[in-house]
Design a protein around this ligand. Structure first.
Ligand code: G3I
Length: 303
């Protein structure tokens, strides 16, 4: 196959990208995105601050622009994200305790009912674990509402849209030897044992010199999958843009049946949150395919 999406589809997987609504008028951007990818994540437009800027007043205009572009071009959509310590609107930042807990529940219900039946995977909870060696939860206003906030979010989400697959999504959970990875693994294991509705784990996979790709990544993917959840690579970028590392990531996903797909976090280097000078993506700032692109395509085609 000659595009990333078609090549991934040969093994029943998808290949996606983050899309920014503000770039949908850039024809170079949309031409590449439409040609190469068959899954779309809104880079910012479905986050809490975007969708509920005032309590109880939902705004889906930007989220719908991304959603409609994706669906009109035959792509599926990953929803990102419903409960997160970051990008909360001011009104939510100032809440605590039971009123924050209720606001989280209301937010999940409001957004998921708008997109009911339309989203393949939702990142229900994002980045709830701490960096470093504790393996425990990140402190946040949501965490301070009680340790059960994550399972409440998942139970709420299941009721709101039973058709969506529900994911826990985080960064720095790629390296199997890291405490944060083990903390998330133990939570998912506990959820599966107790019947908390969780269907997938998203490995963001932002690789850089502080959190480099490690060959135990395949063990991480297979270990989560063995708990009975799908695994998705949700926000892939590699600072420096190593073609070899990109191929390793793809091959590790292809080696695990329940690794369902890969999403890169942007189209061209110039679209990346990291800045173009780190060369993190598959297309350069002029829209040309990089060596990393060819290496990803070849890996997908040899599956
Ligand atoms: O839209 C406003 C614009 O009106 C304003 O003038 C400008 C001035 O700062 O800001 C614009 O908003 C920015 C937004 O991106 C859109 O460009 C925000 O400041 C900026 O904070 C925001 O950054 C996003 C970041 O999440 C916020 O946490 C990045 O685009 C986005 O790529 C990044 O994505 C996250 C994932 O959601 C979760 N995992 C990590 C990943 C990378 O940080």
């Amino acid at each position: 196959a000659s595009t990333l999406g078609a090549a991934a589809a040969q093994s029943g997987r998808y290949f996606g990208t983050a899309i920014a609504s503000g770039k949908l008028g850039d024809s170079q951007y949309t031409t590449i995105a439409n040609r190469e990818f068959n899954m779309v994540t809104a880079e910012n437009e479905m986050k809490i601050d975007a969708t509920e800027p005032n309590r109880g007043q939902f705004n889906f205009s930007a989220g719908d622009r991304v959603y409609n572009w994706a669906v009109q071009n035959g792509k599926r959509v990953r929803g990102h994200t419903l409960a997160w310590y970051s990008q909360q609107p001011g009104w939510m930042q100032s809440l605590s305790g039971s009123s924050l807990r209720q606001a989280m529940i209301d937010h999940i219900n409001g957004v998921m009912s708008h997109y009911k039946g339309k989203i393949a995977y939702w990142d229900v909870v994002n980045e709830a674990f701490a960096d470093g060696n504790s393996g425990g939860r990140r402190d946040s206003n949501l965490q301070r509402t009680g340790n059960d906030w994550i399972e409440v979010a998942f139970r709420t989400a299941r009721n709101a849209d039973p058709a969506a697959k529900l994911c826990y999504n985080d960064y720095n959970i790629d390296n199997w030897s890291w405490a944060k990875t083990q903390g998330v693994y133990n939570m998912v294991k506990d959820f599966k044992q107790r019947g908390v509705p969780i269907d997938c784990v998203g490995l963001q996979s932002h690789f850089n010199s502080n959190s480099p790709y490690n060959s135990n990544y395949r063990t991480t993917i297979s270990s989560f999958a063995a708990l009975g959840v799908d695994v998705a690579i949700t926000e892939l970028d590699i600072q420096g843009g190593s073609a070899q590392t990109y191929a390793s990531v793809v091959n590790d996903c292809l080696a695990v049946a329940r690794c369902v797909g890969i999403t890169v976090w942007g189209v061209r280097d110039s679209d990346s949150w990291l800045g173009a000078n780190t060369s993190p993506l598959l297309f350069d700032g002029n829209g040309n395919k990089k060596a990393a692109y060819t290496s990803v395509l070849n890996a997908l085609n040899s599956a």
